[in-house]
Ligand binder design. Structure first.
Ligand code: SAH
Length: 480
């Protein structure tokens, strides 16, 4: 009979021989063969089951393999892959720019009316003036979609040549398909490997071509030394989120699992993690949510509001807002976040859209738009914690556009003699949609932040009483 020592030596020896050619990694003198991990639990779903289900997408197949092999994944990971998987992601696949617009899956404010971009342009110039007209100002747009907003901003600011000569445009875009679309919309020409220029095609020749750089993520934007103005329009709602439910044991994370039952059309379903995950551990430390834990908020019984039973936290959205605040504190400047959202993080707001219709959130991974409400309370609390930064809002989009002079801008547009009556009606209808409380006017909100040194007054379109006080302690960033 072989001794244990002998058998271990033979076992380890056998593994060592194979180590050089495989994905195994040695841990001391024990080796783990990881090459088979991807196949553990993997089983092709039966053809019979597939007949009951919707058509499988390439990303769906990849996710099924991953989940069958390694277990359910967080909603954060599911969303991130669905939206930004380099080949199959909703925003990354070829032709992704077509999802935005009347013919696509959803419409956004700049795609509805150029008046929106005009007013964001006015905001940028106002902030530049408020900072004493610095000779160089970086204008950073995060998540620019088809590039329509920046195109409108550049057109709207052509009468401020001093601003245009100062402006360095930085486009932060995670999707290469979107980046190409933006370069086309702006008619940008590459100057060298990193810098593009937008030609000055206007009659006003008093400013130079505008310099534009593209970056994959905010992390890639170098630490700038001149004042910086940030704009993020409908970016935060596209950032992945975690979801948690309140159970008698406390907050537990919702995970995405494979649904191999014939009852539902989708290949995926939500399940509740049986124990804590790293994300739910983080959440349970937030004191303001702890009071909603079962047993502490009186009970956690079935009579509690449904929306107190689910919480969403998007660390990705918070990271963007936090980084913008930190950068603004360092260089001077301001940031503007426009999105739909709410001022509480309780409730399940995950939705999916295809051709302007709401569809099941777990259907057709990579082919439907996934979106959540922006948690403005958490974003503003986080930004307010950054020293040297003032945070204001959020205010309703309709209100903010009104304060920025929407009516004056609209009247100017309508004064153009060359427009037909039908065109005038369309322009008015689009603006109404932006401000109407029943439409985008109140569902969309605007949050701003600015450094305290260059800004003695709140950024344009905000009032001093809309200032957000920093939370009493930094644990309450995640708060109902
Ligand atoms: N602002 C545009 C587009 C909104 S759609 C408009 O209002 O029309 C969201 C945009 O953000 C897309 O361009 C998408 O590719 C981009 N995006 C999504 N996640 C991102 C991330 N993490 N970093 C940078 N861009 C991102």
């Amino acid at each position: 009979m072989m001794t244990t020592t002998t058998s271990r030596r033979i076992f380890v020896g056998g593994l060592r021989r194979r180590l050089s050619s495989s994905s195994e990694k040695a841990v001391g003198n024990v080796a783990i063969d990881r090459s088979g991990l991807g196949r553990i639990g993997y089983s092709e779903l039966s053809e019979e089951l597939k007949r009951y289900k919707e058509a499988e997408t390439p990303l769906g197949k990849e996710l099924i393999n991953q989940i069958k092999g390694r277990g359910p994944i967080s909603l954060h990971e599911y969303m991130r892959k669905c939206l930004l998987h380099p080949t199959y992601g909703y925003y990354a696949r070829p032709g992704a720019e077509r999802v935005i617009g009347m013919e696509g899956d959803f419409i956004t404010a700049p795609e509805l009316s150029r008046v929106f971009g005009d007013l964001v342009g006015v905001w940028l110039v106002s902030e530049w003036v408020a900072m004493g007209k610095p000779r160089e100002v970086h204008v950073v747009e995060i998540g620019p979609g088809r590039g329509t907003l920046m195109d409108d901003i550049l057109r709207a600011t052509k009468n401020w040549p001093e601003f245009r000569n100062a402006a360095r445009i930085e486009m932060i875009e995670a999707s290469s398909s979107m980046r190409i679309a933006q370069q086309k919309t702006l008619r940008a020409e590459p100057l060298d490997e990193r810098v593009w220029t937008v030609p000055n095609n206007t009659a006003v020749r008093s400013f130079e071509e505008t310099r534009v750089r593209w970056h994959d993520s905010l992390d890639e934007l170098d630490e700038l030394s001149s004042p910086t103005l940030f704009v993020a329009q409908e970016l935060l709602d596209a950032m992945p989120t975690h979801q948690f439910v309140r159970t008698p044991m406390g907050w537990r994370e919702k995970l995405v699992d494979v649904d191999d039952q014939m009852e539902s059309k989708e290949y995926f379903r939500m399940v509740i993690a049986p124990t804590h995950t790293p994300a739910s551990m983080m959440l349970s430390k937030a004191p303001t949510l702890a009071k909603f834990e079962g047993g502490k908020d009186g009970d956690g019984d079935a009579n509690d509001d449904d929306d107190k039973k689910c919480a969403e936290v998007s660390p990705s959205a918070l990271a963007v807002v936090g980084d913008v605040a930190r950068r603004v504190a360092k260089t001077g400047g301001a940031g503007l976040f426009i999105d739909y959202g709410k001022t509480t993080c309780l409730g399940d707001s995950l939705r999916a859209f295809k051709r302007h219709k709401q569809v099941s959130a777990l259907s057709e991974p990579g082919l439907v738009d996934l979106t959540v409400d922006t948690d403005f309370a958490a974003c503003s609390r986080l930004a307010a914690l950054v020293e040297g930064v003032g945070v204001y809002g959020p205010v309703d989009q309709g209100e903010w556009l009104g304060r920025m002079g929407l009516e004056v801008r609209l009247t100017k547009l309508l004064e153009n003699e060359n427009i037909t009556e039908k065109q005038a009606d369309d322009i008015i209808a689009a603006c109404e949609r932006l401000v109407d409380p029943e439409q985008m006017g109140t569902r969309y909100k605007v949050l701003t932040l600015a450094d305290n040194k260059t800004h003695q007054v709140p950024p344009a379109g905000f009032l001093p009483e809309e200032h957000v006080k920093p939370p009493p302690d930094d644990n309450s960033v995640i708060a109902p």
